[in-house]
Write a protein that binds this ligand. Structure first.
Ligand code: GDP
Ligand code: IMO
Ligand code: MG
Length: 432
């Protein structure tokens, strides 16, 4: 049995899309377990570029099955639009996409509430993607959410939606003096439901059958460890478990069936949205990395904040997720960098910290301790064999691996599928 989870080890956008697309070549199923269309996973192959938000990256390979699990929050309009784009691009999704009947739905009032809540926070805003992700998960936890299965039963859907809308309207009016416009909403959603009906199934049972038949399953995490609702930099997080546990709950897969965990990190760190970021670079340096790394949100186009690699965060990610193998992406972005800083520890008010602080305020005040490593100042872009990397680049990778006590199972040297190094003899290589 092979069931491998891919998680982001930082604040998202680590290059999971590129990595999952590469790995998918060796798997039968690729499954999304959490998050929604706040995710933007970029895949580039044969000169074509895709940014997938809800559909697992495996959909881009014609012989693969793609699963959207119960833990995902689905905006049916966004999903239908994405499927249309895929179809227009010549990707046939029929018979290959499976949508959980238990996945919760995002409604326009979730998007509205997301925006209103952010506006009300002012300076303290989270910087969400304004897709309604948080409010949809709130409703799920409050046990008033509507699910994909509800979409397929018009009468009960109308009743349930009317109940929720009544409550939402009262809340919007009282809290924000905002009127909800829900005219035609039920019929619009039921029509979307009809478009999706053919994909809907019990995805836990589907994956259980697949695993028992010896099929290989890859779990595509969205967001990243530091955005996890429980273990991230709360409250500057997303509203789902972006760490490995999210794969189990989100897909109804027992932890005992997971055979390996891959963490993805950039050669540096980025973050979109607000919240503490200890190794954030000063403006000028950040701009250089942002330009070279094209660090703009795949979904929102927002400039990403840039900083040095933070081994404290990666150590934490290794612990929380039990990462067996680390993928380092965007090595090529440092090709012209004379010196590279790596954060090896934090101090708080002059005292070294042993653990990740729980308080965002405290994390915002830590002083990173850096080690300076030599840059390689040579082109690594597109390199596919480890021995062809400059010695200083290999030193950098070895330093990361030694500090974390985890192998580096893959190195990405460009956004394209082929710009990938898989060193021999690693655990990751054994899963391909
Ligand atoms: P994800 O959300 O983790 O899938 O990452 P995103 O797709 O949001 O952002 C990663 C960006 O980096 C995308 O534009 C990728 O095409 C790009 N990318 C991925 N790997 C590499 C790499 O090794 N080098 C460079 N230069 N770009 C990369
Ligand atoms: P992928 O899967 C980077 C961030 C937002 C914001 C916070 C909460 O592409 O790595 P939300 O809309 O989820 O309520 O926003 O989380 N965020 C991401 N940052 N990559 C993502 O996904 C993200 N999804 C959410 O910027 O700070
Ligand atoms: Mg992204």
């Amino acid at each position: 049995m092979t069931a491998i989870v891919v998680v982001g080890a930082q604040w998202g956008d680590e290059g999971k899309g590129k990595v999952v697309d590469y790995l998918a070549g060796s798997f039968d199923y690729v499954a999304r377990c959490q998050g929604g269309h706040n995710a933007g996973h970029t895949v580039i192959f044969n000169g074509r570029r895709f940014v997938l938000q809800l559909t697992p990256c495996g959909i881009l390979r014609p012989d693969k099955q793609a699963v959207i699990g119960a833990g995902v929050v689905v905006d049916p309009a966004a999903l239908v639009a994405e499927l249309e784009q895929l179809t227009q691009a010549g990707i046939d999704v029929d018979g290959r996409l499976h949508l959980s009947n238990r996945a919760h739905l995002i409604f326009p009032y979730h998007r509205l509430l997301d925006k209103l809540a952010e506006a009300a926070l002012g300076e303290a805003k989270i910087g969400t993607t304004s897709r309604g992700i948080g409010p949809a998960y709130e409703d799920k936890m409050a046990r008033r959410g509507l699910r994909v299965c509800d979409l397929l039963d018009p009468e009960s859907f109308r009743t349930k939606l009317a109940r929720v809308v009544k409550e939402k309207s009262a809340f919007c009016e009282a809290a924000f003096r905002e009127r909800l416009d829900t005219a035609g909403l039920a019929e619009q959603y039921l029509a979307l439901g009809e478009r999706l009906r053919g994909f809907v199934t019990d995805t836990s049972a589907l994956l259980d059958r697949a695993l028992r038949e010896g099929r290989r399953v890859l779990f595509e995490g969205a967001q990243g460890t530091m955005l996890d609702i429980d273990h991230g930099t709360y409250p500057y997080v997303t509203s789902s478990n972006a760490t490995v546990g999210g794969a189990c709950t989100g897909l109804g897969i027992a932890p005992t069936r997971i055979t390996g965990v891959i963490g993805v990190t950039k050669a540096y760190t980025t973050r979109v949205g607000s919240g503490p970021f200890p190794t954030e670079m000063p403006d000028l340096e950040a701009r250089q990395v942002r330009d070279r790394g094209n660090e703009y949100g795949a979904v929102t186009g927002r400039p990403r904040r840039c900083g040095w690699l933070d081994l404290v965060i990666l150590r934490y990610a290794v612990m929380i997720n039990g990462i067996d193998s680390l993928v380092v992406t965007k090595l090529d972005v440092f090709d012209t960098q004379p010196e590279i800083q790596v954060c090896v520890g934090y101090s708080y008010r002059g005292t070294p910290l042993e653990e990740m602080p729980a308080e965002a305020e405290k994390l915002a005040q830590v002083q990173p301790r850096y080690r300076t490593l030599r840059g390689w100042q040579a082109a690594t872009s597109g390199i596919r064999e480890l021995h062809r990397l400059p010695q200083a680049a290999r030193d950098y990778l070895n330093f990361i691996s030694d500090e974390l006590g985890v192998e580096i199972g893959m190195i990405s040297t460009g956004p394209e599928r082929e710009a990938t190094i898989v060193p021999e003899g690693t655990r990751l290589a054994s899963w391909l």
